[in-house]
Design a protein around this ligand. Structure first.
Ligand code: SRM
Ligand code: SF4
Length: 557
């Protein structure tokens, strides 16, 4: 294999179907870290080696190695967990991680701070409750997201089933995870794990699929490599519009990288044809994606280099039928439904505010204890939203009072109702102290910044304005800042680029307004913008549409 390929490409091929020397690395008690090549392979099994960046300096002074631990990310298509699974995660978080469950922007849960020696026992607990972390990270198909709000449509269950089937269809065939972490016997006949999709080199880069159910684009469908828009006609799911090539990351100073929203290429009928088309979109990216330059390896670049039409033609050649013309649908919102709602089957669900997806007990509110007590009733399921919030779902009418009493007891209802409109529709990526790529704070900082922004909104009589606000600690876009109305992108410690002009429904990227602002500058800019917005907005115009119209001088796309 060519030496020009990045290390990861070589490790994929030479790593014995994602085994590498992970077993030996884990056994090595002299260090909390894994061998370099194994850290790369671990991602395919859902784990990132990290270290506590808050403690780097102190440890370096003491000549200690960094405080290594692992972030573990679950594969949870559609973001659903049973009560039993929630209890198991809660227990692991208490014993072996930072005591926090982090709901991610792709509807799954991460645990941080798991020591190398505790990896195997943790996976064994996952396995006991039928969870795994396979392909939650790595150059493969990631967690498949799906609109989680049961009220959205009586067809929700059917559509949710697609998320699960897609996830299974695109799951790597290697038995490495089972051997390494679950003590499954080593496979002798390698033919049994032959993988016609991933072969031995997997994909050039991560691949993301999300399914949404109009009219709510709560999953940010156009931010995915492959977005599926459910088309419902006469109360039946008839198929999906396919949108390809979404991706939100860019690199400062590298103009060849950019955020891109997915392009709709047509409609495919529900059922086998949909699965076939999804599979072959992935194989075209597998075969045509850039394997030399990882900065150019995402599907969005493959498509822009090939051209959308050529890419589509290649997919059509492989699936043996043509995409039909996209069917009409409309998005009118992009948000979670808070509070109690009744689903299509007559059961109840409660969506609670979890700031930046951090399920923990704080002085203000004990969300973790509340959800544990609810889980212990055994009468609910849990759903994670794609905006880092939690839903207590599938509550039978006769159990609603019991669950509501617990929500009241732990003040979750007040916590949810008291959160301001802007806070409810905000999110932030993890960033410091665990993310090695963070240039600035994000989830630890956005809450206090929002308090100051709330004061500015109140001053301008805009307290009830629903402005989608997001923050990331670097331009990788994990908190999807580029599709918000106010997007903060960390550029250095304490400094953020301010992006404006995204729309409510997620059809339009925002634009860079001002670079490298500190908090005082951010607040000054927003104060002026809010005052102007109040004066000059056209009736019912959203803040994003207003800033787009006035600052970037373009009509709405
Ligand atoms: Fe992300 C890398 C966290 C959603 C684009 N992301 C990372 C890493 C693993 C840092 C690393 O490579 O070492 C972060 C771990 C931080 C930590 O300590 O936990 C990280 N990403 C997250 C999460 C947890 C943010 C959150 O607070 O919720 C989200 C987990 C999703 C999941 O459950 O699978 C998360 N990441 C996203 C999204 C949003 C989405 O998918 O809707 C994006 C933008 C969409 C996209 O993919 O274009 C995103 N993450 C990235 C990228 C840039 C990829 C690229 O195209 O260049 C990186 C860096 C990389 O891959 O090289 C990255
Ligand atoms: Fe880390 Fe950047 Fe992703 Fe935030 S956006 S989690 S800082 S990689």
């Amino acid at each position: 294999m060519s030496e020009k390929l990045p290390l990861l490409e070589r490790v994929k091929v030479e790593g014995d179907a994602l085994r590498g020397t992970i077993v030996e690395s884990i056994k090595d008690e002299l260090t909390g870290a894994m061998r370099e090549e194994d850290t790369l392979l671990m991602k395919f099994h859902g784990m990132y080696q990290q270290d506590d960046r808050d403690r780097r300096e102190e440890r370096a002074k003491k000549k200690l190695e960094r405080l290594y631990s692992f972030m573990i990310r679950l594969r949870m298509p559609g973001g659903i967990l049973t009560s039993g699974q929630w209890i198991a995660l809660n227990d692991i978080a208490g014993k072996d991680s930072t005591n926090e469950l982090k709901i991610t922007t792709r509807q799954t849960i991460q645990l941080h701070g798991v020591l190398k020696s505790r990896l195997k026992p943790t996976h064994q607990v996952f396995n006991r409750v039928h969870l795994d972390t396979i392909a939650a990270c790595g150059d493969d198909n990631r967690n498949v997201t799906c609109s989680p709000n049961p009220v959205q449509s009586p067809l929700h269950d059917e559509i949710f089933g697609y998320a699960s089937k897609i996830s299974n269809m695109l799951k790597p065939k290697t038995r490495a995870y089972y051997e390494i972490f679950l003590d499954e016997e080593k496979i002798v006949d390698k033919k049994l794990e032959e993988d016609p999709l991933y072969r031995d080199s997997y994909l050039p880069r991560k691949f993301k699929i999300g399914i949404c159910i109009p009219p709510n684009n709560d999953i940010d469908v156009f931010g995915n490599d492959l977005g599926l828009i459910a088309i419902i006609e006469n109360n039946k799911l008839v198929g999906f519009n396919f949108a390809i090539g979404g991706g939100l990351a860019f690199t400062f100073g590298n103009p060849d990288t950019y955020a891109r929203l997915a392009t709709e290429i047509g409609f495919v009928p529900a059922g086998e044809k949909t699965f076939k088309a999804i599979y072959e979109v992935v194989t075209v990216q597998r075969d045509y994606g850039d394997r030399v330059d990882r900065k150019q390896a995402r599907l969005k670049y493959t498509i822009d280099k090939m051209g959308v039409d050529k890419f589509k033609e290649e997919v059509e050649k492989r699936i043996g039928f043509k995409f039909e013309e996209s069917r009409p649908y409309v998005f009118t919102k992009r948000e979670d439904y808070y509070g109690w709602q009744q689903d299509a089957k007559g059961n109840w669900f409660y969506t609670l505010f979890v700031e930046n997806g951090r399920v923990m007990d704080t002085e203000q509110v004990a969300i973790k204890s509340a959800l544990l007590k609810i889980a212990k009733t055994g009468k609910v399921n849990f759903r994670c939203t794609v905006n880092q919030k939690a839903i207590v779902s599938d509550v039978k009418p006769e159990d609603k009072k019991e669950i509501n009493d617990i929500l009241e007891e732990f003040k979750i209802i007040a916590h949810t109702e008291n959160a301001s409109v802007i806070r409810k529709n905000s999110m932030a990526c993890v960033a410091l102290s665990t993310c090695p790529l963070a240039l600035a704070e994000s989830q630890r900082y956005l809450p206090s910044l929002l308090t100051k922004i709330e004061a500015l909104l109140a001053k301008n009589d805009l307290a009830n304005e629903n402005i989608i606000t997001r923050m990331t600690g670097c331009p990788n876009g994990c908190g999807r800042s580029s599709v918000s109305e106010i997007g903060f992108i960390g550029s250095a410690l304490g400094k953020y680029n301010l992006n404006l002009g995204g729309d409510h429904e997620g059809y339009r990227l925002n634009r860079l307004y001002k670079e490298h602002l500190d908090e005082t500058q951010i607040l000054n800019e927003l104060d002026t913008l809010f005052a102007d917005f109040k004066q000059q907005r056209i009736q019912n115009e959203s803040f994003g549409d207003y800033t787009f119209r006035t600052l970037f001088n373009k009509p709405k796309d």
